[in-house]
Design a protein around this ligand. Structure first.
Ligand code: ADP
Ligand code: MG
Ligand code: MG
Length: 899
């Protein structure tokens, strides 16, 4: 039969699945010989069995009784005893620390008789005993039986008023408390319809059941949904002998961190509250003092605590956070776990612990969170006494100031004119994208951390504050107001994406932590973070198997990416090379061409322009591979908007206008209508464009190869990979190669240049391509997973249109995570695996990479490592993140393999 109850001495820290985090660590500390009160843990399995059966599973009641008797023996006290009663706390504790689980009930075991025993036991301190009793009735009533807490609070307030105006809890004497207990018992009866259970064993049983049930409470379920924690873990229940921090000035309770969780510095950090029980700290009844002050109040206990901290750190080899209580000069440890810390502190701690010899380099590497690395590169606000006018969610880190604008078009226009703007919207939609990326920062008054604004901002590395609901936008008057302050378009605001604060005016911004360190501007702290960063990044680089490339479309972006450690370009998009006045005219000429001559004339204009673009990029990336994608978007994107144009023509016609201008507009409109597609995403784009307009891709190949020749001749080392997008069938790629390779060959012969690295490949971004990758690989030198489109086509989701429901999808766990942020392993990931495996089987020299935005997402990088890709390619500002994650992927898998 299953064992449902473990004494603390029987467990250890690796039993979190069964004993929950709190129970496993209490067991570990007990076995380490630390001063932990005796107790036992009821397992998560018991909880799950209870939830299925609706009652205690067979044997549980008996096991609890046996362990309770052990506890009574160990303590030399008995539950409910009228001379010297044992009191216990009942504490929930799941595998992961989880708000929403049942709160702790303290002082369990009290009733009219044991109350007297407690008083006697505590040197006749009857006041203490009565206070403990009224707290117990209150906690049990509220937490276990769901009696509204206000009912008790009101009675307590009355009791204080009765005493004298302004009286505190501590002013109530035994008689007051006795009366209050009577009132509390009446409240309990009123709300539950039954008497307060006087039998301590019944009190215990009811409490245990309440903890079990709290696993399925609404708050707990919501939290699990939000944090992607499985519903079938269950919670454990810890029953712990009470110790009292409210036994006078030589008693108290507190929390402590073995190092400063904000800075990472190696100094004990925490809070202490004299003469108090745990729940007083949370309730904020009195102000706590800094942990350091305990050294003066009680040097002996402080010394002991510091020693315990050292022992714990050494044992867990990490920063621990601790809950402790001092009862009349005696220290008790009530909880420990690995402490949470800031993005800065984690680097400092990992580095320091490495230097101290506490952990090795691989462990240090795993201690830093690749998801938060970007924070080290972000500027920060120096508030200097300024008060925020509003506060929202810290949706994307970094600080930004700029002039307020309310539309994406305005943002784009002003940014083009060299102004710095902050885009303020209620919420954003995909139509705002062009303005979002032109803005310094984004501020929304609605929407959460998974809103469109937040997701795009994080993806693009733009600081953002979302859901600042104090901000009321009035588009009519181009202004917003927030808590009485009015801000009109063009006024400057500053947003702090680290804190969610919004300020009026331009606040001074500090350089990022790493920038300060690099320029020697930083103080010791920045210098330490910089040392940590360089050392651990170097280690990630030696450990990683995958290369890291960047997605870059211009020489400047390429240069930037290279400085950040990019080892090539995984995606150079050529769309922007078709923009700009002169170019758009030529592109339109190409679209309208009726003869081959007209078409060729258009290419003749575009060719030299593109060649120059490529020369710049090949120079910046000399010696490293550059994957150039031939034109992908549908042609109508280079023409005016259909609706706008139709309206213009209709207006002109209704005014009876005529002339060549109108004629020209009519001509363009005819073409626009002709090119109009119901589903442009699934229309004439990618390789289909190359097939329908063969001269287009030939022109691009010519520009690429001529540029490579030019760079080679000046002594550079261009490494060229030509990528044909949106291929679904092998013949598509095969025929394209047959058309385009001779173009390249001809130029190389003419120029007398040999390129060491000239490859032809495709993006795998359609499910059909993935499942027929074995065939396609026969005619490809490389594959690059275009996971943005692959996700769209695998799910049948349009990325631009799912903004309205993706948050709900995530919340209801209809998708494991936003699939446009993290690769959907079971679906899209499986397609990638099939394509990798079958592609490699068909063509042993095939090389593989990813160029979708997932290439900069740490969890997706780990997946790419597992699939065996040769590289990931991401935005330049994510290069460090990808390097780190790629290193961690190797170390993490080595670690799990050795376990
Ligand atoms: P949480 O998970 O919310 O921290 P805990 O079970 O740790 O809940 O307990 C809440 C408070 O009660 C903490 O301050 C804790 O130290 C205190 N506490 C729990 N058990 C005992 C006990 N046996 N004796 C004294 N204080 C306790
Ligand atoms: Mg706790
Ligand atoms: Mg694509």
């Amino acid at each position: 039969m299953a064992k449902y109850v473990y004494d603390f001495i029987e467990g250890n820290k690796d039993m979190k699945d069964l004993l929950g985090g709190k129970g496993a660590n209490l067991a570990e500390m007990t076995n380490m010989g630390l001063p932990v009160p005796h107790g036992f843990t009821i397992t998560t399995e018991a909880c799950l069995a209870y939830l299925v059966d609706g009652g205690f599973p067979d044997g549980l009641a008996q096991e609890v009784e046996t362990h309770l008797q052990h506890l009574e023996q160990a303590m030399g006290k008995r539950l409910g005893d009228q001379d010297d009663p044992l009191l216990v706390s009942v504490r929930s504790g799941a595998k992961f620390s989880m708000p929403g689980m049942m709160d702790t009930v303290l002082n369990l075991g009290l009733n009219e008789e044991s109350l007297e025993g407690l008083a006697r036991q505590s040197e006749g301190d009857r006041r203490f005993a009565h206070d403990a009793y009224r707290r117990f009735i209150q906690m049990f009533g509220k937490i276990v039986m769901g009696v509204p807490g206000d009912a008790f609070e009101e009675a307590l307030d009355h009791a204080k008023e009765r005493k004298f105006a302004g009286a505190q809890d501590t002013d109530l004497d035994v008689e007051d408390l006795r009366r209050l207990v009577g009132e509390f018992l009446a409240i309990y009866h009123d709300h539950t319809g039954s008497d307060f259970p006087t039998d301590p064993r019944e009190q215990l049983r009811l409490s245990i059941e309440a903890v079990f049930k709290s696993w399925n409470g609404k708050r707990a379920r919501d939290y699990r949904r939000q944090n992607k924690i499985s519903d079938d873990l269950g919670t454990a229940v810890n029953v712990v002998a009470m110790v009292f921090g409210n036994r006078g000035a030589d008693s108290g309770t507190g929390v402590a961190f073995t190092r400063d969780p904000a800075t990472g510095e190696k100094v004990p950090y925490g809070d202490y509250l004299e003469n108090a029980q745990g729940e007083d700290v949370v309730a904020g009844i009195r102000n706590t003092v800094r942990l350091a002050d305990l050294a003066k109040l009680d040097p002996v206990s402080y010394g002991e605590l510091v020693q315990v901290m050292g022992t714990l750190e050494h044992h867990y080899r990490d920063m621990c956070d601790i809950e402790f209580t001092i009862q009349q000069g005696r220290l008790w440890i009530l909880q420990t776990r690995i402490g949470k810390r800031t993005a800065f502190a984690e680097w400092v701690m990992a580095f320091d612990m490495l230097e101290e010899g506490l952990i090795d380099e691989d462990t240090a590497l795993l201690r830093v969170d690749a998801n938060r690395l970007e924070e080290l590169f972000k500027r920060m606000v120096k508030p200097e006494g300024a008060t925020p006018i509003a506060k929202g969610l810290n949706a994307s880190p970094g600080a930004a100031s700029g002039k307020v604008v309310f539309s994406a078009d305005e943002a784009e226009a002003r940014a083009k004119a060299g102004e710095r703007v902050v885009l303020v919207r209620r919420e954003t939609t995909p139509d705002d994208y062009h303005g979002m990326i032109a803005a310094q920062g984004i501020l929304t008054s609605a929407g959460g951390t998974n809103s469109h604004a937040a997701v795009v901002a994080r993806g693009e590395g733009i600081p953002a504050v979302c859901g600042a609901d104090a901000i009321k936008i009035d588009l009519g008057s181009h202004s917003f107001s927030a808590n009485g302050t009015k801000v009109v378009e063009g006024d400057v605001v500053t947003i702090d994406g680290f804190t969610g604060n919004v300020y009026v005016g331009e606040l001074p911004l500090e350089d990022s932590v790493l920038e300060k360190a690099r320029s020697g501007d930083g103080v010791a702290r920045e210098a330490r973070i910089w040392k940590a960063f360089t050392r651990l990044m170097a280690h990630a680089d030696t450990r990683r198997r995958m290369r890291v490339r960047a997605n870059a479309d211009t020489p400047e972006q390429s240069q930037n990416a290279r400085e950040r450690g990019a080892e090539g370009i995984g995606l150079c998009r050529t769309e922007h090379m078709f923009l700009g006045q002169e170019r758009v005219a030529a592109v339109q000429q190409m679209i309208f061409a009726e003869t081959t001559e007209e078409e060729r004339a258009a290419y003749d204009i575009l060719l030299p322009l593109q060649r120059n673009d490529f020369i710049g990029i090949f120079r910046a990336m000399s010696g490293l591979p550059v994957t150039v994608r031939l034109l992908d978007p549908p042609l109508h994107e280079f023409l005016p908007n259909q609706v706008d144009l139709a309206v213009e023509v209709a207006v002109a016609e209704s005014r009876g206008e005529s002339g060549p201008d109108l004629e020209e507009k009519r001509r363009i409109l005819r073409k626009v209508n002709e090119l109009h597609e119901a589903n442009p995403m699934l229309g004439l784009r990618g390789v289909r464009l190359g097939i329908v307009k063969p001269g287009l891709y030939a022109m691009q190949v010519r520009a690429i190869v001529e540029a490579a020749c030019a760079v080679k001749k000046e002594g550079g080392d261009p490494q060229v990979e030509i990528m044909i997008p949106l291929v679904a069938t092998k013949p598509e790629l095969q025929q394209m190669r047959e058309e385009l390779e001779p173009v390249a060959r001809e130029i190389l012969e003419r120029e007398g240049v040999h390129l060491d690295h000239l490859e032809w490949g495709t993006m795998i971004e359609l499910p059909r391509a993935a499942v027929t990758a074995g065939e396609i690989a026969e005619v490809a030198d490389f594959f690059s997973f275009g996971t943005n489109d692959l996700t769209q086509t695998a799910f049948g989701f349009s990325r631009d249109d799912i903004g309205k429901f993706v948050a709900m999808y995530e919340e209801r766990k209809l998708v494991p995570a936003n699939p446009f942020v993290t690769v959907d392993r079971p679906g899209v990931g499986r397609l990638m695996r099939i394509a990798s495996d079958e592609g490699r089987a068909a063509n042993a020299s095939l090389h593989l990479g990813i160029c979708g935005e997932h290439g900069g997402d740490p969890a997706s990088v780990v997946f790419c490592h597992e699939v065996g890709l040769d590289y990931v390619s991401c935005s330049p500002f994510r290069v460090e993140t990808a390097r780190l994650a790629a290193g961690q992927a190797v170390v993490g898998s080595a670690e799990s393999a050795s376990k």
